[in-house]
Design a protein around this ligand. Sequence first.
Ligand code: ZN
Length: 305
Amino acid sequence: MVRQYVFLTSSSYSGSTLMAFMLGSHSRIATVGEARGIIREIKPSDYYCSCGQKYLLCSFWQEVELRMQTKMSDGFCMEALHTKFIPKSLNPLDKLQFQNLRLAPLEKLRDSLYRSSGKHRGYVNNIVAHCRALAESVTDICGKEIFFDTSKTPSAIIHLNKNLRVPFKVVFLMRDGRGVFNSFIKKKIPLPEDTIIKEWLRKNRQIERAIQGMPEVNVCTVLYEDLCREPEKTLKRICDFIGVDYEEGCLRFWDYEHHIVGNNMRLNVKRQIQPDERWRHTLTPQQLVCFERTAGKYNKRWGYG
Ligand SMILES: [Zn+2]
């Protein structure tokens, strides 16, 4: 039974997989990392679970599939968990109801137009029902009661908070934008550098808008650098926020069984906790100037000097 749904939101490359491993090692918290499922760029048959098994052959995920099939009547399968708020099957016009429109007033107008649409409510209710069923299945299999979802997507926060009917909390994980910028460059993401920085800014502002309407007690902001430099202190604060006692096992997450999906970090777990601050010597002076010009002010607001 799932008693609480904790959702992690952040920009990409901010340490969400690390936090999934840490909290998933707690005796009361269950996670599969990104509950929105495996990344679409990889064929499900070629995708690996963090346990080392192929995803489709992992006995944990097969058990999840069996349980989900008894809860959902629409032919649930592991290839598509139906937990993404922009269903792949939607046509481009219908996708507009979930997409980030980049301008807050435009999104407000869009949301007020769709609010009365039965078709829209149908989509939302169906996705929320899948999220709840997945959380129930995973917590039941693990014998735990709190579900931790690191899907990150800001739009999911609004729909889950409103419709989940399970106590809902959000962890907002922030990382120095220069570290995020460096990770994007390392991955050779084919975007101009100032676009990468603008996307990071835009994503954070979208998150801020999504959590705006939530009670303060239900939102916890965590810095990635604090999590890595002072993991015990930071995890105690997070556990306190979730309402569970801190457990030392969270610091030795490699000793526990995990079935995490999401980005490649899940397959590359290090047996130590250290902040990745390679940006300090790999970003060029020109790249640092470009970052400063576009996002320096916002980054400083978070204490990154
Ligand atoms: Zn597995």
